[in-house]
Write a protein that binds this ligand. Sequence first.
Ligand code: KIV
Ligand code: ZN
Length: 509
Amino acid sequence: MKATPEIAVFDTTLRDGEQAAGTRLGKRDKMTIARQLARLRVDIIEAGFPASSPEDFEAVRDIAREIEGPTICALSRAVATDIDACGKALAKAHRPRIHTGIGVSDIHIMGKFQDERYGKTLESKKDKLIAIAVDAVKRARNCASEVQFYAEDAGRSDPAYLYRMLEAVINAGAAVVNIPDTTGYTVPEQYGALIAGIRDHVPNIAKAVISVHCHDDLGLAVANSLAGVRNGARQVEGTLNGIGERAGNAAIEEVVMGLRTRQDYYGMTTGIEPKEFFRTSRMVAEMLGMPVPANKAVVGTNAFSHSSGIHVDGFLKNRQTYEIMTPEDVGLNESRVVLTARTGRAGLRSRLEKLGYELSKEEIESLYLRFITVADKKQEVLDEDLTALIHDELPQTEATIKLDYLHVYSGTAAIPTATVRLRVKGKQKEGAAIGDGPVDAVYKAICAVTGTQARLLRYDIRAITAGTEAIGEVNVHLELNGRRAMGRGASTDVIEASAKAYVDALNRL
Ligand code: KIV
Ligand code: ZN
């Protein structure tokens, strides 16, 4: 019989992960990732922050309706309207949880609650914030069966105040208390001691689960999370590939594989299905336009590659000489499936399902037509090509601007010139421009046609697979009036991919 999992895994890829600079997941992408997180068997999915936008509200609501295994959690500030929005979004969840909280460090208290209505002195503000937190937890308890409280910036807080705050919110009904190292400031011994202090000094702590939520500003998020577990935490929070605000969050695959590989040391289990890590990692990377570095622990393409003579020799004699976990453990061993122009719709659908994508009949049809064009050009279509095509062919946002036609004239002795025809809100518009290079000329032509003042912040291009006939994927980040958006385009023609990425970002803006 399988031992009961002792550590709950709380995935916040869809909330904290999505806060990574320049990223934004649409409703459909969020749902696809949520389904995959359920296959990964995370215990809790933090699906979003419903009060932040109507789209996020809908994403949380749809995930709550559909996903049955894991608890579905939604974030709120300690503000009545946020909590009510969570309650509404989670109304149909099988296991709903509201995650509410407030800042607890002196820096947060004095910085974010300057207004005198919160009190005139640090001490009076501290009392007031406890009262606000207690009200928030009580309100949340009326909207959802489970409430988790976050003590923001706990890593830099005064422990004595943190204990008071936690005691009060547990009495108010919080079943889980999250101790975020919001700024990634702590080091493992210190963070571990903070958790031990909570375990030993909060009188009613036995009624709640302690959760760890660490950021990676000093590259210590995973180490801090594990130190937290060692000292009494029974829930770990993190994101796939460690994506998130600034330097990111604890990478959930690293924390889980750390607990699993070193079970001799931690003596803990989780309910995670690690074979789903690789697939989930790639899906998240693709959807957020944040490729996984080759040397990334657990899910990097080189994480299990042995290259130096001594290592290869030892590995071939006994793989344990240089491997503490196997690629099979994290789902990296699946044989490569190659699709060709002869692969029919059923084959395409079945491969997509294996990759974790559930598409409608109409979506499969439009993807199939695109797939056939690419397969004709490229002969062999790999999984990575397919996922790039999904994002290119089935955009998240209702496109008000569409690329109809593109012509580029360029060469070593020519002035790069581009002509583009766009459909803007259904109307055809054409324009031309010259530029420093073909991509610059295309972008200037698009700007001329749309009249946009958007500024290009970033342009990244990569070949999805090897070979000159590979699909090129372009990611661009644009800024307009303080708003940022990421756009993506894929094609075997990199100029076309560049144009599509720009148009995609304009649509998102
Ligand atoms: O890092 C943090 O403090 C957070 C909270 C909102 C949980 O993400
Ligand atoms: Zn966070």
